[in-house]
Design a binder for this molecule. Sequence first.
Ligand SMILES: *[C@@H]1O[C@H](CO)[C@@H](O)[C@H](O)[C@H]1NC(C)=O
Ligand SMILES: *[C@@H]1O[C@H](CO)[C@@H](O)[C@H](O)[C@H]1NC(C)=O
Length: 582
Amino acid sequence: MFGRGDHISLNLTDSEKFSSQKRTPRKIRRQWNQLSKCQKSLVYMGLLIFVLTMFYLVSVEPKGAVISINFKTKIIEKVNGDEKKDNLGDINNDPQILEHPEKAQMNNKEENEQVVEPPRKIISFPDPSTPRQRAVIKAFQHAWKGYKKFAWGHDHLRPISETYHDWFGLGLTIVDSLDTMYLMNLKEDYIEARNWVEKHLNFDINRDVNLFEVTIRILGGLLSIYHFTKDDMYLRKATDLANRLLPCFESESGIPYSDVNLFTRKAHAPKWSLDSSTSEVTTIQLEFRYLSWLTDNPKYENVVSKVSQIVHKLDKTDGLVPIFINANSGQFRSYSTITLGARGDSYYEYLLKQWIQTEKSLEYLKNDFIESIAGVEKHLAKRTVPNGYLFIGELLGGSKDFKPKMDHLTCYLPGTLALGVHNGLPLSHMKLAEELMTTCYQTYAQQPTFLAPEITYFNIQGENSHDMYVKSNDAHNLLRPEFLESLWYMYQLTGNSTYQDWGWQIFQGFENYTKVVNGYTSIGNVKNTANVRPKDMMESFFLSETLKYLYLLFSDDPKLLDLNKYVVNSEAHPFPIGQLNL
Ligand SMILES: *[C@@H]1O[C@H](CO)[C@@H](O)[C@H](O)[C@H]1NC(C)=O
Ligand SMILES: *[C@@H]1O[C@H](CO)[C@@H](O)[C@H](O)[C@H]1NC(C)=O
């Protein structure tokens, strides 16, 4: 794609050529007529080569993103004068540079003085070191084989009908799996996937996508694999995508709309509601901030930091937030549910992780996290009868009614709590984490498949002798990762190998009841080993998160992914902590 600057300069050259042809002096024409046929051919040839070379130099996309920005900036500034802000999607016409010419000048000056940034370091990973890790790799390869055969280039594999499912039409499984393959050292598969991304991943499509999902899965996936490989192709794609997502933030309040069309760049609220989900608007910050650091362009971080600040200032119930927020008013929807499950969960996760990502500079986020955990203990944490398992319930209708129900999604929390304690938060959080681990483990262990249901209800009044029960509508398992994620954090931070053994039992559950000929499938019923009701769907997070966390959990090297150096996004994509180790 050519940008505005290129069009104008090309047009200029064309018209100059045109007018100069008209006025060719007679003398030159006479000399030309005296040349032999052969001499004329040589001249034509020379001209052709010259034109082709020029065309190549102008049209080829420069390899280094940083250099390309500087290169184009000069042209744009000269030709456009004070024209600003047009080509949001193209890294080569980055509007930030237009808005901050002083910055561009600085870069140019650096270029002239040959001040070169230190090269960013390529990271590599060892082969698997334990039999359990090798078993996970086998599982990955089995899933990948099915995906390649029946769903290559599409979002998700449907392993039973031997076809695919497209949600955004962005090859979701490939992008989400890149860093998993890289971590597992699956070189050939990785390179094949990388080449697909280079050739076929195209964001210029007329399709509505969800800001949050695309940010954590695709933007997150591209940025983490860029961090490992330093392959500029990923950074260019990530920047293009982020520019297409930015219109979401052009609401009255700054709270983003949930959806945007990648081609028309029109953003809007979800079709089914006027509001955005609280966890969605607060789980995009790690990704946009990291992109700002990489591109040295603050505009991405600015929009998402503003969201965090707005939410920070809103009234909460002891740090707990309702699950819906309105993009126009910037207010929570009153009387919406409070939960650490669906639509609430990762709000709390990103409070802590943003604080860690910024090397503990955003104090207000840490304070909000601590306050919210106190709120959890006060309002949501209750014990079952008869065995006293601790669980986290929900508040309905504006903090009135307690519902003794916990989504499997909530089982991410113990891992996040342990990460906080590791970073200096109150030790009491670790006690809460350990108790929640036991409860989450029980949601698996009490099922004959050894797989947890999507939602579990708890007995708090002693109606009967069961601590927990599952409604048949909630008995599905989508191959979700959250408890395995917590197992990895807990094992890494305590060294207690019980957590590895629990993970191994759950892995057996997946192997026994979700593995099918062409991959792995979600199931409809964890309560019945004779009929688990396969649902014919393998979501991208199974490869991005579930198998990645298992692989990490079973490593005997606790620093395979060092939690002092990395913060992991909500889709298991690791980013470096701080700005020094990009
Ligand atoms: C899964 O299969 C293995 C091997 O056949 C067996 O040892 C294990 O008990 C099974 N686990 C479950 C939960 O069925
Ligand atoms: C390891 O964790 C398990 C499960 O919470 C616990 O029962 C056990 O006591 C722990 N072991 C050690 C050595 O702390």
